[in-house]
Design a protein around this ligand. Sequence first.
Ligand SMILES: NC(=O)c1ccc[n+]([C@@H]2O[C@H](COP(=O)([O-])OP(=O)(O)OC[C@H]3O[C@@H](n4cnc5c(N)ncnc54)[C@H](OP(=O)(O)O)[C@@H]3O)[C@@H](O)[C@H]2O)c1
Length: 298
Amino acid sequence: MLKKILIQLDCDPQPSTFDAVVATDAGVDVLLRHGGVTKENVVPLVHGAMFTRGGRDLASTAIFVGGADVASAEAIAATISATFFGPVRVGLMLDPNGANTTASAAVVAAARHLPLGDPESAAGCRAVVLGGTGPVGQRVARLLARKGVSVSVASRSLDRAAAVCTRITATVPAARVEPLELSGAVRERSAVGGAVVAADLIVAAGAAGHTLLDAEGRGVATNARVLIDLNAVPPAGIEGIIATDKARTDGAAVVYGALGVGGLKMKIHKAAIQQLFSAHDAVLDAEELLAIGERLEP
Ligand SMILES: NC(=O)c1ccc[n+]([C@@H]2O[C@H](COP(=O)([O-])OP(=O)(O)OC[C@H]3O[C@@H](n4cnc5c(N)ncnc54)[C@H](OP(=O)(O)O)[C@@H]3O)[C@@H](O)[C@H]2O)c1
């Protein structure tokens, strides 16, 4: 049997050791790691994957694209996809900065408590994604919108939030997404609190170490049934949530912290690496990773 070779392409100068460890734990036999990858220099690396093993054996080679700069990683992935032709392609997974696996895990966690699996019921759900303009927040918003949830994308800037909504509707035309400007001030937050008041689900995907919903803000979120804070760096993104929280009942809501979601994120990452080798044409982006996460649920 051919060895499973994973080619780890990272836009950072040094390829991520985190992604390397997960790949090894997922059963990869040989890991080829490249840092400083750009959309300009990636093509020869892809050719090396395409033109060595042929036919069905191509399924034993796969490419993982990562790195801290999500936009650069996405551009690299687009170049890789454009380099493939016909059946001459290998599996491709995209998870820059853990954004896709983290967003998928957050949506799977939310679906344990909200009827997101049924399109008609999901359409009755409302969500607010705080820090919705970052890589993780954008993907959480997109995945929820694809399920039919009505999503408010929150940012300190209405323009940035609106740009994210435009991007989401470009890929999910039926998405019900709206931009929401939220400053750090609770009074202002209360003034635009309609979406926060109505939200069944609030996901905090703001930058590490910043509180986006404080205790007073939580008081505004009277309808919230699920609160998920993806920030692991104190202070909490949602005041009162502890990083290790995992389906803890806190008042009327069930709450998750970053580590409480992180276990599932790791499982999704490993299972995705394994799935990469199931077919030479596998492409695993946020939606496919969410599907993997849903299959992992009991
Ligand atoms: N659990 C895990 O395994 C895991 C994995 C990856 C990431 N994470 C966490 O998930 C969260 C989101 O990650 P990310 O990479 O998407 O985050 P990010 O890009 O660093 O930040 C997300 C958004 O936060 C807002 N923001 C930035 N500085 C802020 C400040 N001082 N006050 C309020 N808002 C601010 C920005 O939105 P606006 O400028 O538009 O307001 C930004 O787009 C982070 O906390 C990260 O640590 C967790």
